[in-house]
Design a protein around this ligand. Structure first.
Ligand code: ARG
Length: 290
């Protein structure tokens, strides 16, 4: 927490006012890591040779869950399906705005069967549900910043899926192309902190996409290679609190300077599948804004 003295110094020197960083109450969907394991490799972080420590993974996941609840957010759970080792990464299951869910179509056959679980889950809740018609890995590649949908492509989500999302949600989609296979989903290279503010790692994007980001978000927080390597951009923000891996220390300091409140979490075991804080949480966005 920022002390009185710290606050006045920060507001005197910085163009933003720490007091304006307000959290809004959110609803998230998570999937317990009951069947989490690394038995195949579909991103450079995954090494099937090394077994996963299940109790540690569960404890790390539980900490993310409990932290969100402690901050006053609602966390719903989707039942884990045996044999689906990556289902703990709920962000990939769908994109949800209001009463509309666009369920994922996974790039790799190893994750294909997750879609059915999300289709069932959202239809049983009475949402309007559709499965994407081309590769689309849900909120792993679609991040909401104000009315924009920032949409990744390059490794997982197909560009054609961007058009479908724009039509389905009636929100403008900004396509961003990823170029570094360690940052294969948009949510590994960029995080939306509030409606106008994002943080990202420029080198994960094509020069053209970097230019779009500079133009749309002139006051973005820029992450270093070390911060990105610590999976620091795989973060969940409620507008004030930013849940992120403990290792991204420089990025945490920049967030603090900008009036946000970083909360460090250990995600080492989840990172062995190339996942972190954000990958484990799918935000169920309200009908407008958020
Ligand atoms: N092993 C998973 C995969 O490669 C990790 C998914 C991480 N999810 C995310 N939203 N970035 O598909």
């Amino acid at each position: 927490l920022i002390s009185e003295v710290g606050t006045s110094i920060a507001t005197a020197e910085a163009p933003y006012d720490a007091a304006t960083r307000r959290s809004t109450t959110r609803r998230y969907l998570m999937c317990p890591p009951t069947h989490f394991d690394v038995t195949y490799s579909i991103n450079p972080w995954m090494n099937p040779g090394k077994p996963v420590d299940q109790p540690i993974a569960l404890a790390q996941w539980q900490r993310i869950h409990d932290q969100l609840v402690e901050l006053g957010h609602t966390v719903d759970l989707i039942p884990p399906v045996p044999g689906l080792h990556d289902m703990v990464f709920a962000a990939n299951g769908a994109t949800v705005h209001g009463d509309r869910a666009l369920v994922a179509r996974f790039r790799h056959p190893e994750r294909d069967a997750e879609s059915a679980a999300y289709l069932d889950f959202f239809s049983s809740r009475g949402l309007q549900v559709r499965q994407a018609s081309s590769a689309n890995e849900g909120e792993g590649d679609y991040l909401t910043a104000g009315s924009w949908l920032l949409a990744g492509n390059g490794f997982r989500t197909d560009r054609r899926a961007h058009v479908e999302s724009e039509q389905y949600f009636g929100r403008p989609v900004i396509g961003l192309t990823l170029v570094d296979d360690r940052y294969y989903h948009l949510d590994t290279a960029l995080a939306a902190l509030d409606e106008q503010t994002v943080m990202y790692y420029p080198a994960a994007f094509t020069p053209g996409s970097q230019a779009i980001l500079r133009e749309l978000f002139p006051s973005a927080i820029i992450a270093s290679a070390e911060d990105a390597g610590a999976f620091g951009l795989n973060a969940v923000s409620d507008g004030r609190h930013v849940l992120m891996p403990t290792g991204a220390t420089h990025l945490a300091a920049k967030l603090r300077e900008a009036g946000f409140e970083p909360i460090g979490l250990d995600v080492s075991e989840l990172l062995r599948a190339g996942g972190g804080v954000k990958c484990c949480t799918l935000e169920l966005h309200g009908p407008a804004g958020g």
